[in-house]
Design a binder for this molecule. Structure first.
Ligand SMILES: Nc1ncnc2c1ncn2[C@@H]1O[C@H](COP(=O)(O)OP(=O)(O)OP(=O)(O)O)[C@@H](O)[C@H]1O
Ligand SMILES: [Mg+2]
Length: 239
């Protein structure tokens, strides 16, 4: 178990790469990513379509394994972990806000957001209490019992966000969380992510939205599967 990490480091990629096989062709979707991500920070990943943002998010979110290099999560070398152990590590430690938001349409907003609590072994009461608070935070406190299939796209997305944040995960992975949202709702979303970071979460977010970029601490730029820029907010990323 490597101990050589900063106190606030949540995730580290070392020479991480991912090559996909499609037929006889190999696509190097990500190569040589050396990056460390800390608690309390919102990092935004930018880059053209196909530059490798989702590929990097999948590796950082422990949803996929690199074909080169390694991913260290909370000091643990994830190469050594079985799929089952990885699943256990994800549960409670990670939250996801993904493009297809992954919410269950035939369940209420409250039931959706209470699910991670049940899976983590909390009581029904405790899970629901946390879910109510998380839904209040995304301004859905008035629609707790509405089936998710009967909510608007932006509301559904906010249910997904509440579900990602409900157990105060150490790492939150977001893929274009404000795509197709109006500016006010986008502000609410980044506000909730910012607050999660301010209370100690590490947020990694692929986004082109100026509303999100404006409130990031760090901007990482990808081009053709390589990291081409890495800058603190305020300083412009190296193109
Ligand atoms: N399962 C897969 N099999 C083969 N190639 C893939 C697969 N997933 C992604 N790719 C390829 O890997 C590259 C990076 O894809 P990725 O989804 O990471 O890009 P992205 O930066 O998230 O793009 P977008 O902004 O469009 O979401 C692209 O060339 C893509 O076609
Ligand atoms: Mg993508």
């Amino acid at each position: 178990m490597p101990a050589d990490r900063g106190a606030d480091e949540v995730l580290r990629a070392e020479g991480a790469g991912r090559t996909y096989k499609s037929g006889k062709e190999e696509v190097a979707a990500l190569s040589g990513a050396d990056l460390a991500f800390n608690a309390g920070e919102v990092t935004v990943l930018r880059g053209r379509s196909g530059s490798g943002k989702t590929t990097l998010l999948n590796l950082a979110g422990l949803l996929d394994r690199p074909t080169a290099g390694r991913i260290i999560f909370l000091g643990r070398d994830t190469r050594r972990l079985s799929d089952r152990k990885l699943a256990l590590l994800r549960r409670g430690n990670l939250g996801y806000v993904l493009q297809d938001s992954g919410v269950v349409e035939r369940m209420s907003a409250l039931a959706n957001v209470a699910l991670p609590g049940f899976y983590a072994g909390l009581t029904v009461d405790k899970s629901r209490k946390l879910a109510r608070a998380a839904l209040d935070a995304v301004e859905l406190g008035g629609k707790l019992h509405r089936m998710v299939g009967q909510l608007s796209g932006g509301e559904r997305m906010r249910v997904g966000l509440a579900r990602a944040l409900v157990l105060s995960p150490r790492l939150v992975i977001c893929d274009e969380p404000t795509a197709s949202l109006d500016a006010e709702t986008a502000n609410l979303v980044i506000g909730a992510l910012r607050q999660a970071a301010d209370t100690g979460a590490c947020i990694i977010c692929a986004s082109h939205d100026p509303i999100v970029i404006e409130r990031a601490d760090r901007l990482i730029t990808l081009a053709a599967g390589r990291i081409t820029g890495d800058a603190r907010a305020g300083a412009e990323a190296v193109p």
